[in-house]
Write a protein of this length. Structure first.
Lengths: 297, 261
């Protein structure tokens, strides 16, 4: 719920596939259908071109079919653990949750008036954004044991991914929180709402609307960066594709199969992001529909 | 899971294996035919079969892990793994960070070129050429003239200015198969892996005499002499009674487990 204190209706920053036409202003339904049809048609043509390119590579599709159940993770690994795409999704999902928690705390620290909290938050964000993820993964896996902390490959990977992406996400969350006009909080105070109600019901929904698109992009990126845990011998999608390729000399087949699976998973992420965007953008879209006159960007 | 371990002292590894009844063995899963993932998604190869035989002798369950070559050979396992039956060649650097209790096979280093290659016939023809070697392998040391095999005669380097291209060995073989000199001029590797690559690509050939004899050893974490003695005793017994020879016959059609080139 946003307190309507006469903010100029803003252009929705997110490009929404289905409502691409709508964001250009009030468009009749017919035009919107036309736009949508053209979008799907172009997608279909591009997919066909990509498919033709694969076909021209003379791939051994039989081999891909044989390895697909393992790549997708429908079957368990030899030691009975999840593997392939299932492990990739598991690693990404867990890291996402931890990264969100870390990022939220860091964003609060960044906005805090307490100098120690501010220093810790900025130090952490700077350190983890300023060093390569691969180095972080290896340090956590290989260097921590030297001081007596021996972590498994999975734990090390989750920690590295969570801390790295938490640092980036913190900035996203901070910018979202800062973008909510101060008037919103002041209006909530004026109405006598308690602080937590103001934060939860007034600030959070408006900030989320701005946080979701860049956060979604980060999670799609994390999905693919999760392949770095293969450095520690976890049998996730990238690890299996590379190992099969090396054992059988079927490089193109395995790399392309893995790429397509990553892409498919990314599309699922994108759809989830779109739905969340729509849910949290509702109030703005409704306001936009009633707005008269030219919109301000 | 978070496990705090005290510093390694004599008996640690052996105690742990006895207590848990599990042998944690590491190997490389992209080094066919010594270690690879087979059609049924199981780890297979010479090294895997040797590990199975060793664990059976010890009377414990075998657990395999594939943490990557660099991780394995940089040592300091801190109790993560008990043994590496992973085709490691003994070098002075490795002996500093790992214990190398026993040799289990010997396979020579050979030179592989594209089948249309006309000029490279022995390693003496490698001057100024680009030579693919496994990243962090003893062959990389050889090309850079820094290979010292403990207890063996010094190695001759009849070439100069060779450009070492370290990378994944199977990726290197694929690059060499593109044509002579396209990305690589030659590869120096183990005879058995070279044979496997030649068979699967049909575009490569092994040339020249054996470059140097290369022992391959079992590695353990430094500091547990009891464990090292146990490992050496069991491996020597498996050599004597023909267990290793039988596994070698299965994978290579010959016995590579007896000493000598």
């Amino acid at each position: 719920m946003a307190l309507d204190v006469r903010i100029p209706a803003r252009e929705d920053a997110a490009s929404r596939l289905d409502e691409g036409a709508q964001t250009q202003g009030a468009v009749p339904g017919q035009t919107r259908d036309y736009f949508r049809q053209k979008v799907w048609l172009t997608w279909a043509v591009l997919c066909a071109l990509l498919g033709a390119a694969f076909y021209a590579l003379h791939l051994d599709f039989g081999y891909v079919g044989q390895k697909l159940p393992f790549l997708l993770g429908i079957r368990l690994s030899p030691d009975g653990f999840i593997q392939g795409a299932v492990l990739t999704v598991f690693v990404t999902g867990c890291s996402m949750i931890f990264a969100l928690m870390v990022a939220f705390l860091t964003a609060l620290g960044r906005l805090s008036r307490n100098p120690v909290a501010f220093a810790i938050a900025t130090f952490y964000a700077s350190l983890f954004r300023g060093t390569p993820l691969m180095v972080q993964v290896l340090i956590i896996y290989l260097a921590l044991p030297q001081v007596g902390v021996v972590l498994g490959g999975l734990t090390s990977g989750l920690i590295a991914l969570s801390l790295n992406y938490g640092a980036y996400l913190a900035e996203t969350i901070r910018s979202g929180l800062m973008a909510v006009p101060a008037g919103q909080r002041e209006a909530a105070m004026a109405l006598g709402l308690p602080r937590w109600v103001a934060a939860w019901k007034i600030i959070a929904p408006q900030a989320l609307r701005l946080i979701i698109p860049p956060a979604g992009a980060l999670f799609v990126s994390m999905l693919k960066d999760s392949s770095l845990v293969s450095l520690m011998g976890l049998w996730e999608l990238n690890f299996l594709a590379q190992s099969y390729a090396r054992s059988s000399f079927h490089y193109m087949e395995m790399l392309l199969a893995a790429a397509l699976i990553y892409w498919g998973l990314s599309i699922v992420f994108e759809v989830v992001q779109l739905r969340l965007e729509r849910r949290f953008g509702k109030g703005v879209a409704a306001r936009g529909a009633h707005a008269t006159g030219p919109r301000k960007a | 899971m978070l496990v705090c371990v005290p510093l390694t002292h004599a008996g640690t590894t052996l105690d742990r294996v006895k207590r848990t009844g599990v042998l944690n063995d590491v190997l490389v899963e992209s080094y066919p035919p010594f270690g690879f993932i087979d059609a049924g998604n199981q780890l297979a190869g010479f090294d895997v079969d040797v590990a199975k035989a060793f664990a059976a002798r010890l009377g414990v369950t075998l657990k395999l892990a594939t943490p990557g070559w660099e991780t394995i050979m940089s040592g300091r396992w801190q109790g993560r793994w008990d043994i590496c039956i992973c085709s490691m060649s003994p070098t002075e650097e490795r002996a500093k960070v790992l214990s190398l209790p026993v040799q289990y096979y010997s396979s020579p280093a050979v030179l592989t070129v594209h089948k249309n290659e006309q000029h490279i016939k022995t390693v003496a023809d490698l001057s100024g050429k680009r030579v693919g070697v496994g990243m962090g392998s003893s062959y990389e040391n050889y090309v850079n003239k820094t290979l010292v095999i403990p207890g063996a005669a010094p190695i001759a380097y009849p070439f100069r200015d060779v450009v070492a291209i370290p990378g994944d060995e199977t990726v290197n073989f694929r690059n060499l198969a593109l044509g002579p000199g396209v990305r690589l001029d030659a590869i120096i590797s183990d005879l058995a892996t070279a044979k496997a690559a030649v068979e699967s690509s049909h575009a490569l050939k092994i040339v020249g005499p054996v470059i140097y004899a290369e022992p391959n050893v079992v590695a353990t974490e430094k500091g547990d002499t009891d464990w090292d003695h146990t490992v050496a005793r069991i491996f020597n017994a498996m050599k004597t009674d023909g267990t290793l020879a039988k596994i070698s016959q299965k994978w290579f059609g010959q016995d590579i487990t007896h000493d000598g080139p």
